[in-house]
Design a protein around this ligand. Structure first.
Ligand code: NAD
Length: 476
């Protein structure tokens, strides 16, 4: 047992914040204003289920309203508590500022295990929770816009949107009250994959900078890198799948609730995911080595470790044994403040949560804009773009005939070039651009300032600076 007490999640976020502001020149009042959580609303409500009234406890925390609406997911888990929701709300403030999504930070949570209730019951619970929040403007297109998080997804977001619309029948922007909805209910193409896709883009950008790869003691590109993923849910699954299918990574271990699977040859991500969906866990999966205590696999040799489940999984009790030279925090808060120090001293590079998993809120921002503009991205320009491309291809074809064997278009050039960008292509392009820009801003601070020793501190500096600028613009 380690005698040193680990700080709570919120204390951990505050410690990291304090470490960063110590390197800044902010007036003390403003520093405090940015750090504290503005308000946390606790709701207790009853729902009649299975012949009796069950009471549920939920939270919606608003960390900073320097920009409105405030934004942040809703989590369903029995472990939800005020400390956690406030820590996550604070991270949302910093995350939105970092990727320039024009929102303040918020987060919600409901103490419920979605696996204990059937779909109809979950709908009743969700609608009641949404009602409690919406009647206090804690769900509102211009004030507070939730999104999915652990234990929630498109289905819950569709119920929340519908509940809000029923309560606000004349609000033309009602759909913008929540993001992460199914595409046929006002969602946007590419939102479900967005956080995992953002993790992929973040890693691609990291590997474009040789100096950064070297700082982690690594070489080369993503191709062939051994990756361990904890949590094969929305974020972990998409990140692992894209890295394996498109970047040549090998997923050498998957860690889930009921244990871990390991295979040096690489696991088939879709197959493991299908097994989990059918059997409720990884136990019994026909290939790979299974252990019941999956967290042991966090300590395996690998190139990249992707914690994509819970907070606090890399802490002072196991940090010393973590061998990965590069950790990308797909989950929020997976590395505690204490573990962060231990890992930094070991030379491990951590790509911090506030940047690494910002893909979700980035595409949520696109969805919110789509809802407010009431038009699908690409609808106006796509065919026009295709017509212009057609003109160029026509000219190239004439050249092709003229030059004969001396020159020839690649076989699939015409098909690829002619296709105008639809919503999905535009969303991915906007996400890629966001992830590249944000990383470049952080790495610049990391490399240029001698007193900044890691990417996390650099990310805090960049984002706090932006939040402070907004407050100053408000005259504070
Ligand atoms: P999810 O519910 O889809 O998936 C979580 C996965 O983790 C599940 O497969 C679950 O079985 C697994 N898991 C739970 N407890 C575990 C344990 N003790 N050990 C190993 N695995 C465990 O949730 P998600 O949306 O993928 O969120 C995962 C993390 O990413 C959270 O920290 C969340 O805050 C963060 N995040 C999510 C989004 C998003 O868009 N969904 C955006 C930003 C950040």
């Amino acid at each position: 047992m380690n005698a040193v007490k680990e700080p709570s999640f919120r204390e951990s976020v505050d410690l990291m914040f304090n470490r960063a502001v110590a390197l800044m020149d902010l007036p003390p009042g403003l520093e405090e204003k940015i750090r504290v959580c503005n308000a946390t609303y606790t709701v207790r409500f009853g729902v009649r289920l299975r012949g009796q009234i069950h009471t549920f406890v939920g939270y919606r925390s608003v960390h900073s309203e320097h920009m409105e609406p405030v934004k942040g997911g809703i989590r369903y888990s029995l472990a939800v508590n005020q400390d956690e929701v406030e820590a996550l709300a604070a991270l949302m403030t910093y995350k939105c500022a970092l990727v320039e999504a024009p929102f303040g930070g918020s987060k919600g949570g409901l103490c419920v295990d979605p696996r204990e209730w059937d779909e109809h019951e979950m709908e009743q619970i969700t609608r009641r929770f949404a009602y409690e929040l919406a009647k206090r403007d804690l769900i509102h297109p211009s004030q507070n816009v939730p999104a999915p998080d652990m234990g929630t997804g498109e289905r819950e977001m569709a119920w929340i949107a519908d509940q809000y619309r029923r309560m606000n029948t004349t609000d033309i922007n009602a759909r913008a009250c929540v993001t992460g909805k199914p595409v046929n209910a006002g969602g946007i193409a590419g939102r479900t994959e967005a956080t995992g896709r953002g993790v992929q883009y973040a890693l691609q950008e990291f590997f474009r900078h040789k100096e950064d790869v070297k700082a982690a003691g690594m070489k080369g590109t993503l191709d062939g890198k051994r990756v361990i993923v904890q949590g094969l849910g929305n974020v972990g699954y998409h990140a692992a799948k894209f890295l394996a299918d498109q970047d040549g990574c090998k997923i050498t271990a998957v860690i889930e609730r009921d244990g871990g699977l390991m295979s040096e040859d690489g696991l088939d991500v879709d197959d493991v995911r299908a097994w989990i969906a059918k059997h409720g866990g990884v136990d019994g999966y026909p290939s790979g080595r299974y252990v019941r205590d999956g967290s042991k696999y966090l300590e395996n040799e690998c190139d990249i470790l992707i914690p994509a489940a819970l907070e606090g999984v890399i802490n002072i009790s196991n940090a010393e044994r973590i061998k990965a030279p590069l950790i990308i925090e797909a989950a929020n808060g997976p590395v505690t403040a204490g573990a962060n120090e231990i890992l930094r001293e070991k030379g491990c590079v951590i790509i911090p949560d506030m940047y690494a998993n910002a893909g979700g809120v980035t595409v949520s921002y696109f969805e919110w804009v789509k809802n407010l503009s009431h038009i699908r991205f690409g609808r106006m320009g796509r065919r026009q773009e295709e017509a212009r491309h057609e003109l160029i291809v026509g000219e190239l074809e004439k050249l092709d005939e003229h030059l004969g064997d001396a020159w020839g278009m690649s076989p699939d050039f015409k098909q690829k070039y002619l296709r105008g960008a639809g919503e999905l292509e535009l969303v991915r392009s906007g996400l890629d651009d966001t992830m590249r820009n944000a990383y470049q801003q952080i790495r610049e601070v990391w490399h240029e300032r001698e007193d900044v020793q890691d990417l996390r501190t650099a990310a805090y500096l960049v984002s706090i600076d932006k939040v402070a600028a907004s407050y100053r613009a408000l005259g504070l």
